[in-house]
Design a binder for this molecule. Structure first.
Ligand code: NAD
Ligand code: MG
Length: 380
């Protein structure tokens, strides 16, 4: 059977997921054509990627004051520019943070598949993204390993077959730390993730468990389950990527060595499986033992702050997300302590309770207000 290659726009091509995705696509030149690449500021790496993959469209958002590059699109609009192109079938959104929202919306409105690593866009605007999918005929396929696992377990089942989802969490670098020690954790401590090599923001999110809160909300919107049927369990080895419990009590799981190559490939090819040798062979003995623990909710308050914001709905998930992004950025800059991250988020959520609108404008307002609130709290 001849395979027609699918056009891919890769947003955030210079990041951890972006470079992983290029490695995956390079192994399957008959299946994927890279039509567009965008990055924030690393023009040198982007140029190397352009030389190798020869996309028709290149976008560099660039920091204020940096010059544009001739022949490349520049500024925030290049994400939507790449995501809306006619020669693009799949938009792999691997941008970090709320900056990915408009591209997700534009792509699904244009009827495209979004292979979504940028969970923040779905968290802050789940109902809007759903509406845009319905209006434009687009779809969201998760890249996140937990959600990819759930999607793989759910293939061919009816929603009514499912009792609950159990997302696994590595527990991050502070899984065994006391609460007192946690409060004083340094940036270097927090960036030292035990099982995954990822961008800086998601690595800090894994240390606070904000990442798992974002993933619970992401799962709610992707799979349509209420929050009381989505649970989290700590699994330090990151081999079981998540569980699905069926109504009869049978439990399905998807396993694999911790690598984002498989979830990236699956998001591009779902529901098809494509032969691939990128992931090291699975050896259960080598990977043993596999262990599971309860989440220490009292010591990692960011998890329930996020899940509560998800339950509250309205603009609360957008406030949670933006307060977290701002607090993480201040922590990485050495301006606030690790323990200030949940304190900042809690304060923003209670100060901005009146933000309930869910239009794009209302959500962006709530996002800005939450960032301002967190900066004011630290006097930054
Ligand atoms: P990263 O920091 O390594 O890369 C981010 C990419 O986005 C870079 O190419 C950067 O140039 C671009 N970018 C940053 N800010 C931008 C902006 N304002 N406008 C446009 N582009 C911008 O991050 P990452 O680890 O690759 O994560 C990307 C996304 O994937 C995040 O949402 C993260 O939560 C999600 N994710 C990552 C992993 C992982 O293993 N790294 C796993 C699951 C989900
Ligand atoms: Mg994940």
């Amino acid at each position: 059977m001849t395979v027609v290659p699918r056009g891919v726009a890769l947003l955030g091509s210079t990041g951890s997921i972006g470079t992983t995705a290029l490695r995956v696509m390079q192994r399957h030149p008959d299946r994927f054509r890279v039509r567009a690449l965008t990055a924030f500021s690393n023009a040198a790496l982007l140029r190397e990627q352009v030389e190798q993959f020869r996309p028709a469209y290149v976008g560099l958002v660039r920091a204020a004051g940096e010059p544009c590059v001739e022949d490349w699109a520049c500024g925030d609009d290049c994400l939507v520019g790449a995501a809306s192109r006619d020669d693009v079938d799949i938009v792999l959104n691997a941008v970090v943070g709320a900056a990915g929202l408009d591209a997700t919306l534009a792509a699904v409105r244009a009827g495209k598949r979004v292979a979504l690593a940028n969970k923040e866009s779905l968290v802050m605007a789940g109902p809007l993204v759903r509406e845009a999918c319905a209006a434009g005929g687009g779809e969201i396929i998760p890249v996140d390993s937990e959600h990819s696992a759930i999607l793989q377990c759910l293939a061919g089942r009816r929603p009514s077959d499912v009792r609950r989802l159990v997302l696994t969490a590595s527990g991050g670098p502070f899984r065994t730390w006391s609460r007192e020690r946690l409060d004083r954790a340094t940036v270097a401590d927090a960036l030292h993730h035990p099982t995954w090599r990822m961008g800086r923001k998601i690595t800090i999110d894994s240390a606070t468990l904000a990442n798992k809160a974002l993933e619970v909300i992401e799962a709610h919107f992707l799979f349509g389950l209420p929050y009381d049927r989505i649970e989290v369990v700590v699994h330090p080895q990151s081999v079981v990527h998540s569980f699905v419990e069926m109504v009869d009590g049978s439990v399905l799981a998807q396993l694999g060595v911790p690598s984002m190559e498989l979830p990236v490939l699956y998001a591009l090819t779902h529901p098809e499986r494509v032969a691939d040798t990128g992931v090291p062979p699975f050896d259960p003995v080598e990977l043993s033992p596999l262990t599971f623990e309860r989440v220490r909710e009292q010591d990692f308050p960011t998890l329930h702050l996020g899940v509560d914001a998800g339950r509250r709905g309205g603009a609360a998930p957008a406030v949670f997300n933006a307060a977290n992004e701002q607090a993480v950025s201040l922590f990485l800059d050495g301006r606030i302590a690790f323990g200030d991250i949940p304190r900042s988020i809690a304060s923003a959520l209670s100060a901005l309770e009146s933000h309930v609108g869910t239009s794009r404008t209302a959500l962006l307002d709530a996002d800005r207000a939450a960032r301002r609130h967190v900066r004011e709290m630290c006097g930054c």
